[in-house]
Design a protein around this ligand. Structure first.
Ligand code: F6R
Length: 262
């Protein structure tokens, strides 16, 4: 696992964008897994800038989002489809038909989830999946206790998640109680993962995820089973790690050899 620590959120966002650009340029029909929330916003801003100012094209890119609230439609301002359109898709040259976000209104959700998994397979699998991390260690909407083998499914949200997200809705009762989310197993099948975390409120969970025991109670610890992960942290999010010195030293060593070492 590579751990990249920078002073500011803007710096990690720019580095994450550079990594994605490098991967995109290497492969036609690149399949990019995306997340919503505040953590990847800087990355999306930077990808938009690379598109506008440096001609980075998304014409042949296919995307799959991790999750969507269940019970609200794409026109709802809190839906993740709406978020993705507003914060990325409307500002780049991606074909809308190549962007996939789970359908929060799917009546037969089991059938929908099977179809989502099949669509990922049909696209050739996800080349790189972007992840944020919840303060309880969730990735996607995989609440604590989600099996590491879990697949795309309907999941009941934790009361804490509902309380955390209430700020985005007019009242707590309006927060959906369910979401459709890729499973931890689905996420682990992506060929590469990047995880972005910033701010002191993520410091505890980052320390537990990177340096604590692997447990399904912290879904993000599953990344230890993945051979190609880069974690981007600002100094606040890295502030509770024990081995900061090592991560920095390893990055220097990586530069010396001129290759990414996972
Ligand atoms: C959303 C998602 C979630 C978020 C997590 C962190 O698509 O996958 O796991 O990444 O809840 O959210 P922020 O970035 O808002 O702290």
């Amino acid at each position: 696992m590579r751990v990249i620590i920078r002073k500011t959120y803007d710096e990690i966002s720019a580095e994450a964008a550079m990594l994605i650009r490098a991967r995109m340029l290497r492969k036609k029909n690149f399949v990019l897994g995306l997340a919503t929330g505040s953590s990847p916003l800087g990355l999306y801003r930077e990808l938009i800038r690379l598109h506008r100012q440096e001609g980075l094209s998304f014409k042949n890119v296919i995307t799959f989002n991790l999750d969507e609230y269940y019970g609200i439609g794409p026109g709802h301002p809190q839906s993740y489809r709406y978020f993705m359109n507003e914060n990325l898709f409307n500002h780049i040259d991606i074909k809308k038909s190549a962007t996939h976000v789970p359908d929060g209104l799917a009546k037969d959700f089991e059938k929908f989830c099977r179809g989502y998994e099949n669509a990922i397979k049909k696209a050739g699998g996800i080349d790189l999946q972007v992840l944020g991390i919840g303060s309880d260690g969730h990735i996607g909407f995989n609440e604590p206790g989600s099996a590491f083998t879990s697949r795309t499914r309907l999941i009941a949200l934790d009361e804490q998640t509902i309380a955390d997200n209430a700020r985005f809705f007019s009242k707590k009762e309006d927060v959906p109680r369910f979401a459709i989310s890729m499973g931890v197993g689905t996420i682990l099948e992506a060929r590469e993962l990047i995880l972005i975390a910033n701010g002191t409120k993520k410091a505890d969970i980052i320390a537990r995820t990177l340096e604590g025991p692997v447990t399904s109670l912290i879904s993000a610890t599953a990344i230890h089973f993945h051979p190609r992960v880069t974690v981007f942290l600002d100094e606040d999010a890295a502030s509770k790690l024990q081995r900061v010195g090592y991560y920095r030293f390893a990055e220097e060593s990586e530069k010396a050899i001129g290759k990414e070492i996972f």
